[in-house]
Design a protein around this ligand. Sequence first.
Ligand code: HEC
Length: 199
Amino acid sequence: MSDTPWWASQDFWRKCAIFVTAFMAVILIILTFDTVDAITSGSDRVPAYDVINYRIGYEFDAERNMYAPVIGGEAPLFATMHTEEEARALVDLGKLTVQAKNCMNCHTLLGNGAYYAPDLTKAWLDPGWGNEQSRELLMTLFLTDPVSNARTFGTNRRMPDLGITDEEARGVIAFLKWLSAVDTNGFPHGFEPLPQGGP
Ligand code: HEC
């Protein structure tokens, strides 16, 4: 027994295992706090909910070599300036609707979900809405009655009627506008936004 070198002893490896597990647990806790900070609305990458009051641009950032959202001047959603509380309530309604109707059964959001229909991360900026002036109306019509108001978003597929009310549609649109302002490190790659006038 005494001729076993220290680095081959059971005791040494037991201590190593305990130390590594404890150390990694601490790292995990630190990273968890770090992530929560990075994904909370109002942080650098995830805007506060009242971003829905502003124009959201998407421009090439040469330094990062990728497209990034640019928050511009006032462009109130549904011609109403929302307080942070009101904006939060509207975005929440949209998010709950997206969950309740299981949009991820066909779509992806931030790349998560199914691949039957287009990714919705930048849907607010999709050139398929024609122009800035018509966008809110066309989105409302499309979401509340996608069968009669079918447009083309590059797939040859059709979205079914999901029984979304006008109010739910407004929430979904607020949610999608807010989502398009999230800095996703250039995801989805190669996305060309709707041309928008003004800063
Ligand atoms: C059964 C599958 C299905 C479900 C569920 C579904 N969609 Fe769709 N959706 C589609 C398809 C297919 C298209 C593309 C239509 C086209 O290309 O003409 C589409 C297109 C869209 C678009 C336009 C895409 C773009 O790039 O701008 C939006 C916005 C949208 N859906 C929102 C939603 C929301 C919000 C929900 C949940 C409330 C939802 N969809 C649920 C199939 C679905």
